[in-house]
Design a protein around this ligand. Sequence first.
Ligand SMILES: *Cc1c(COP(=O)(O)O)cnc(C)c1O
Length: 476
Amino acid sequence: MNDDRERRGAGGDARDSLRNLAAVDEVLREPVVAALLDAYPRELVVDAVRAVLDRLRREILDGGRLPEAGEVTAAGLAPWVEALVRRATTPSLRRVLNATGIVVHTNLGRAVLPDEAVAAVAAAASGCSDLEYSLARGERASRQDHVHDVLRTLTGAEDALVVNNNAAAVLLALAATSRGGEVLVARGQLVEIGDSFRIPDILRESGAELVEVGTTNRTYLRDYENAWGERSRAVLRVHTSNYRIVGFTSEPSLAELAQLAHAGGAVLIDDLGSGALADLELFADEPSVRESLAAGADVVTFSGDKMLGGPQAGIAVGRAATVAAMRRHPLARALRIDKLDVAALDVVLRLYLDPRRALERIPTLAALSEPLDGVRQRAARLAGELAGLGDEVAVEVVPSLARAGAGALPVTELPSAAVAVTAKGLDAEELARRLRGGEPAVVGRVQDGRLRLDARTLRDGDLAEVAVAVRRALEA
Ligand SMILES: *Cc1c(COP(=O)(O)O)cnc(C)c1O
């Protein structure tokens, strides 16, 4: 009985709240909202008012929360409307200073472009270019022309084709060579990479049929031979970028796979994922594009924005017949590379013609190859800047482990140095949250109750901004 009355009472309150909820017109007359109407299209503001009212109405009806009397008035609702309109009209993508220690961070936009590539992107974006036009002949040409020759020079391949990303390159290679046929893949290579790039799914979408070969950890050449059939069109080898099967393992060499595929009139597709073009000590365990081609792969695919340090792109290099089949395939048009990425890739690939220059100029390579001493010095400089903020913060330079990221070199950790930050009266998670909310945002990582800012992924030009960001976070 008592319960009943309470429930009815609550229902009554909810009904009151709903009845008192300001009307759209009332909210629009609030000075703050009226000012928005001067600055933005009426429809945008009205939609925001409706969205705020709807959300409150739903909250009341769901019984989750009863608003205070002031909250349902036009004046109480106006700030929400303003916030919603500001959010809708402010570009969403924000600049982030990467203090995570993960050099190519997939969620933070992967590779950072060299300055000269950024300039090329800006030029291509702000004006017209000869993207698909031969200035010499005054007629149509292909966007591939800008990167085709330099890719051949760098990899020694007969032919090259660039598409939107590596997932697209693999899809296109499979569709062009194996639609309606079978593709042999080792069980240990049926991986999911990054954000839901699953080899079995890509294979199905290409119109080919997957034939699993061997066991998870061991696959022999005879397993491939036993799985071979009349409909076999390709062997796909996938570099298991983001994990390693260690211990009791075995797989045939690429040369053996190539021989088997060619003897059966099929092709060998090698998806390298990252594809090291530079001859770096760090890449010693990464398969190189040249080696794959030399071993007999018909097409080798890799990403533009992983260890290459360029823009998002999928690069396919290999034998003329296979690459030509990909170029002719109808999917090629749907998967084509964007013009801004062509502009950046054009510049980045040419930097590789002089490996020393590539190391210096390409931020990804510079960050991966920087000696620990340099990283330590940067950490010390950052610690100095932060110490200058006063005794509200305590800082210490600590040893750290950075990573290459982007699914490459998964088991390789790079020695690094970080600044461990503690702020008075602020726990590390809260400090991290405030730094993520800043402009630019700073993303570090919390470890042992302290926020760590890894200096390997920060650049010299970032340090002053990080210090300003920390000061703001303390003041917030
Ligand atoms: C990352 C990766 C891909 C996907 O490349 P994207 O450029 O992200 O599309 C495909 N295969 C392997 C082995 C990879 O590591």
